[in-house]
Design a protein around this ligand. Structure first.
Ligand SMILES: NC(=O)c1ccc[n+]([C@@H]2O[C@H](COP(=O)([O-])OP(=O)(O)OC[C@H]3O[C@@H](n4cnc5c(N)ncnc54)[C@H](OP(=O)(O)O)[C@@H]3O)[C@@H](O)[C@H]2O)c1
Length: 289
C-alpha cells in the first residue's frame, strides 16, 4: 500500500484530502497538523519522517493569514519557505515524493491573460514572497511537484464562502470588490486532483515541476459573492466596490486566472467549472447543518 503523509491536515485542503480517503483504498493516509508536530522544528521533523517510510508527502501546511504575514514576516517565511526547503531535503534523502502547494499570489497580477507556469513570477506581499521562495527552494528538486492554486474554499476553515454565508444572515448590505479577477477553487476538487496525480505517477512515473490548478472559469470576488448570496436565498444586497474602498494590509493581484493546460494534459484531469463546484460545496454545508 502507498503510504501518504498529509501535513496541515486540519486545514482546508488537508481536510478535503482526508475526506476523500475512502475513495482511494490503494493509499494509506497519515495526517499531522501543528498540534502534532511543528514543521519548523527540524529535529522533530527528521525524527518523525525517519521513523515512518512514507512514499509521498502532500504539504498542505502553510502560513495562510495573508494580512497578518505583513507584520509577522519571520513566521510566514519559516512556514512557507523553511518548511518546503526542509521537506525537500528529507524527501531526497528518504526517496519520498513531495507535492507542495503554492499560490496564484506569486504572479503580480498585472497581466490580463491566464498565467502559465513558465512565465516569470513577481510576488508583492510578504505572504506572496514567502510562498514564491517556497517554490524556489524546490524548483530543481527531482522529488518535488508544485501545484499553484487560487481562491481556495471548503466547507470548513476560514474562507470567502463561509464568510459570505455568515454575512448573508448578519448584514442587509455589503461591498465586495469587482476589480480583482480570478477563479475560486473548491478544495475537494483540488484534493481529488492531487490524489489522481499520485495514482497516475505511481502507475506511469513521476514528472516533477510546477503545475497550475484552479476550477474552470473566471469571475471577480463580487461575482463570487453574488452567486453565493443567490444560493443562500438571502436578501443581503451585494454592492460592487473598488479595491481602494476596502483597504487591507497586503496587496492582492488584480488578475490571477491560472492557465491549466499543463496539468490537464500531463495527468488527464477534467476540471469542474467553478459555479458547479460552488453549488456542491453549498449543498455539503447545508447537509452538515
Ligand atoms: N486559502 C487560499 O485561498 C489559498 C489560495 C491559494 C493557495 N493556497 C495554498 O494552499 C495550501 C493549503 O491552504 P489551506 O487554505 O488549506 O490552508 P489552511 O486552511 O490555512 O491550513 C494550513 C494548515 O497548516 C497548519 N500549519 C501552519 N503552520 C504550521 C507549522 N509550523 N507546522 C505544522 N502545521 C502548520 C495550520 O495550522 P494553524 O491553522 O493552527 O496555523 C493549518 O491547519 C497552502 O499552501 C496555501 O498557501 C491557499
Amino acid at each position: 500500500m502507498t503510504k501518504i503523509l498529509i501535513t496541515g491536515s486540519n486545514g482546508q485542503l488537508g481536510s478535503a484530502i482526508r475526506d476523500l480517503a475512502a475513495d482511494y483504498p490503494q493509499f494509506s493516509f497519515t495526517g499531522i497538523d501543528i498540534h502534532d508536530l511543528d514543521l519548523t522544528n527540524e529535529i522533530g521533523v527528521r525524527q518523525f519522517l525517519n521513523q515512518h517510510a512514507f512514499s509521498w508527502i502532500i504539504n498542505c501546511a502553510a502560513f495562510t493569514a495573508v494580512d497578518l504575514a505583513e507584520s509577522q514576516p519571520e513566521k510566514a517565511y519559516a512556514v512557507n519557505s523553511g518548511v518546503p526547503r526542509l521537506l525537500g531535503k528529507i524527501c531526497i534523502e528518504n526517496n519520498t515524493r513531495l507535492i507542495h502547494i503554492s499560490t496564484d499570489y506569486v504572479y503580480n497580477g498585472k497581466q490580463w491573460t491566464p498565467h502559465t507556469e513558465d512565465e516569470s513570477t513577481a510576488p508583492v506581499s510578504v505572504y506572496a514572497k514567502s510562498k514564491a521562495e517556497g517554490e524556489m527552494v524546490l524548483r530543481d528538486n527531482p522529488m518535488a511537484l508544485i501545484i499553484r492554486t487560487s481562491w481556495l474554499y471548503y466547507k470548513t476553515g476560514n474562507n470567502f464562502l463561509r464568510t459570505m454565508i455568515r454575512l448573508s444572515t448578519e448584514k442587509k448590505e455589503i461591498g465586495v470588490v469587482t476589480d480583482q479577477t480570478g477563479t475560486p477553487t473548491y478544495a475537494a476538487d483540488l484534493a481529488d486532483a492531487v490524489l489522481k496525480i499520485i495514482d497516475f505517477s505511481e502507475n506511469n512515473g513521476f514528472v516533477p515541476g510546477i503545475y497550475n490548478y484552479s476550477n474552470e472559469g473566471v469571475c471577480s470576488w463580487y461575482d463570487f459573492a453574488i452567486e453565493i448570496m443567490q444560493h443562500t436565498g438571502s436578501n443581503c444586497r451585494v454592492n460592487p466596490i473598488r479595491t481602494p474602498e476596502y483597504p487591507l494590509p497586503a496587496h492582492r493581484p488584480e488578475y490571477s486566472v491560472l492557465e491549466k493546460k499543463k496539468i490537464k494534459t500531463a495527468f488527464g484531469l477534467a476540471i469542474p467549472y467553478w459555479r458547479n463546484s460552488l453549488l456542491k460545496a453549498m449543498q455539503e454545508i447545508t447537509l452538515k447543518k
